[in-house]
Design a protein. Structure first.
Length: 95
């Protein structure tokens, strides 16, 4: 059974974009996602809903990569931890 998790009030996603590449020869696919969001205050942790994720890397658009990615199947979330606080304002995250 999964638990319902409320995300951080400080983070408001505003846009999602997906780029899906399919290889019919290899029967594989790869997905790149960009999430636009507004952060009301600086934070070292960003948390999003996510189900069935694996092999995740994340980087702020034009900025640093997350130093740690934590997947939580029970709460269906992914938490991204950065070395320095992510600044308040409009941001883009590349996954």
């Amino acid at each position: 059974m999964t638990q319902t998790t409320r995300l951080l009030d400080e983070l408001r996603p505003s846009r999602y974009a997906l780029d899906i590449t399919v290889s019919l020869d290899r029967f594989t696919y790869a997905v790149r996602e960009t999430i636009g969001f507004e952060l009301s205050g600086p934070n070292r942790r960003l948390q999003f809903h996510g189900v069935g994720l694996r092999d995740i890397s994340a980087r702020l658009h034009g900025g640093p990569a997350a130093k740690r990615v934590q997947l939580d199947e029970a709460s269906q979330t992914v938490s991204l931890y950065f070395e320095e606080p992510v600044l308040a304002g409009q941001q883009q995250l590349d996954l």
